[in-house]
Ligand binder design. Structure first.
Ligand SMILES: [Fe+2]
Length: 286
């Protein structure tokens, strides 16, 4: 039983709502308990936090060095006007591309450890975030498939996933160049990842994964699409409807996530702080 807060698991193989705590002033014993709770549930949801920018960054930093401090995931431009979906600019393309299941920064040399994500402005409907438990998905594979995927790896690329989804980026110097349109060597990662802290195995798949070495591209795509379709099903998924002021932290080493559509004539402003992976366990293998 936790001593410092209350934990109510959601109706899925992972995820919990955590209440009766203030993320902005957790002492060290409370944080240690929270960290252990996070490793167990992989996704923690904190209602009513209303973190300031400084508070969110400071909270994220307690989980490790940051890949980046804070990025707006939003259809509101810096001048306050809305991006039109029909503009189909690079930000709209990334927002829509991220509606496919993925893990963050697998297309970079170092996969992310996790992320703190908070809701500032939410639309009147939709715009949920979904997560899927790749530990439970791995456990649910039948033995023959598990043996097969244990021996396989795949390349991960945001250029690949954006192009496959129909959101090709024309310009390398786009507004979203900082997001990870990575032009270095394409990272190669095993399909089965062992969690560096829990030791649990999980599937490392999602929209950036492609071109399994030793397979024809079509066969590789069929296998990877089939794994995502199998993995991202109840009871291994949870979709969260946001309220302003909510924050979450998820473990990017064992969950996939995706954005859900909303009416882009309504503003949606979310803040994302990304925690860097450990080079000992989250580096690409090539
Ligand atoms: Fe993401």
């Amino acid at each position: 039983m936790p001593q410092h807060f209350d934990v109510a698991p959601v109706d899925a193989t992972f995820g919990a709502v955590v209440t009766n705590l203030k993320l902005a002033n957790l002492d060290e014993p409370a944080f240690r308990e929270l960290y252990a709770t996070w490793l167990e549930h992989a996704l923690l949801i904190f209602p009513g936090q209303f973190l300031t920018r400084e508070q969110q960054i400071a909270f994220a930093r307690r989980f490790g060095a940051l890949e980046f401090e804070m990025a707006a995931i939003s259809n509101v431009k810096s001048d306050g006007t809305l991006r039109r979906e029909a503009d189909n600019d690079d930000v709209v393309k990334i927002l829509k591309g991220n509606m496919g299941w993925h893990a963050d920064s697998t297309y970079m040399p170092l996969q992310a450890k996790g992320a703190v994500f908070s809701a500032k402005v939410v639309p009147s409907a939709r715009g949920e975030t979904g997560w899927a438990d790749m530990r439970a998905a791995y456990d649910a594979l039948d033995a023959a498939v598990r043996d097969r995927v244990e021996r396989l790896s795949a390349y991960h690329s945001l250029h690949y996933s954006q192009a496959k989804a129909g959101f090709q980026h024309k310009d390398k110097k786009s507004e979203y160049s900082g997001y990870g349109l990575h032009d270095g060597p394409v990272p190669l990662r095993p399909l089965v990842k062992t969690h560096p802290e829990t030791g649990r195995k999980s599937l490392l798949i999602g929209r950036h994964a492609h071109n399994i070495p030793g397979m024809e591209p079509e066969e590789s795509e069929r296998l990877l699409d089939g794994l995502v379709e199998f993995a991202c099903q109840a009871p291994r998924t949870y979709h969260h409807s946001w309220k302003p002021g909510e924050a979450v932290i998820w473990d990017n080493r064992c969950l996939l996530h995706r954005a859900m559509p909303w009416d882009m004539t309504e503003p949606r402003i979310m803040w994302h702080s990304r925690i860097a992976g450990d080079p000992a366990s989250e580096a690409a293998i090539n």
